[in-house]
Design a protein. Structure first.
Length: 217
């Protein structure tokens, strides 16, 4: 007789943790119920992301970076993970629910040169020294993808990154954190950014953040 494998339902986590910024933060009963973070996917310096027990294919990201939240709200883009919800969960803490992305393979990282990138300064350059694809922005600025690409995939990525950078700049969002951990792939295999952590200058983001649903208790 075939054994039935009962899939054990994961329960929601009762605490979240932030990368380098502190220890576990307990969630309230209401926050656990509403957000239901389950499996830890990863942490950076400001945020930790969990699979969502409320919505399949989504993640709940807890972050202390208001600029990441504000940029997600202000900037919908085909190269950015879809935003499905944004909440204030504490004095300086936010939760956003976004589309879950797959980690890039090592091969992807290498092809797209993401394995070498630490931030935008390693990636896009405004000096005239020409290397990879270059783009003149509508404000007259010229930017170059600093890698001399050998493959079409790399050239295509360079051009797409320049386009994304300009679209964000038009929304006054300065994307400056291009590194492998901030990119992933969606179900269709398209690369997208999962972290828009930007300038850290909070005041200009306040109006957008004031409209958030409050889940502080
Ligand atoms: N949409 C997502 N899909 C899958 N994993 C995600 C998603 N969002 C975040 N993660 C995981 O959580 C980690 C931390 O998220 P994020 O990069 O936003 O945090 P951060 O603290 O702002 O990072 P950084 O150190 O780059 O500033 C990511 O590196 C990734 O592993
Ligand atoms: Mg990150």
């Amino acid at each position: 007789m075939r054994k039935k494998h009962k899939q054990r339902k994961r329960s929601c986590s009762t605490y979240v943790q932030y990368g380098d910024c502190g220890g576990p933060e307990p969630l309230t009963v209401n926050q656990v119920k509403k957000l239901c973070p389950q499996r830890l996917l990863g942490c950076g310096s400001f945020a930790c992301a969990y699979t969502s027990g409320r919505r399949k294919g989504s993640v709940v990201k807890f972050t202390m970076d208001p600029s990441d939240v504000a940029a997600f709200i202000a900037f919908k883009d085909k190269r950015v993970a879809k935003l499905r919800g944004a909440y204030k969960v504490g004095e300086n803490d936010y939760a956003i629910v976004t589309e879950k992305l797959r980690q890039l393979s090592n091969r992807d990282k290498e092809t797209l040169w993401l394995d070498k990138m630490r931030d935008t300064r390693d990636t896009l350059d405004t000096r005239s020294r020409r290397r990879g694809p270059t783009k003149k922005f509508s404000n007259g600025e010229r930017m170059t993808f600093v890698r001399q690409c050998k493959s079409n995939a790399c050239r295509k990525f360079g051009n797409e990154l320049l386009d994304l950078h300009e679209r964000a700049a038009k929304k006054k969002i300065n994307l400056f954190d291009f590194h492998a951990g901030n990119f992933g792939k969606d179900k269709r295999g398209n690369w997208k950014m999962l972290d828009l952590g930007v300038s850290g200058k909070e005041p200009k983001h306040v109006p957008v953040l004031n409209g958030l649903k409050k889940l502080t208790s």
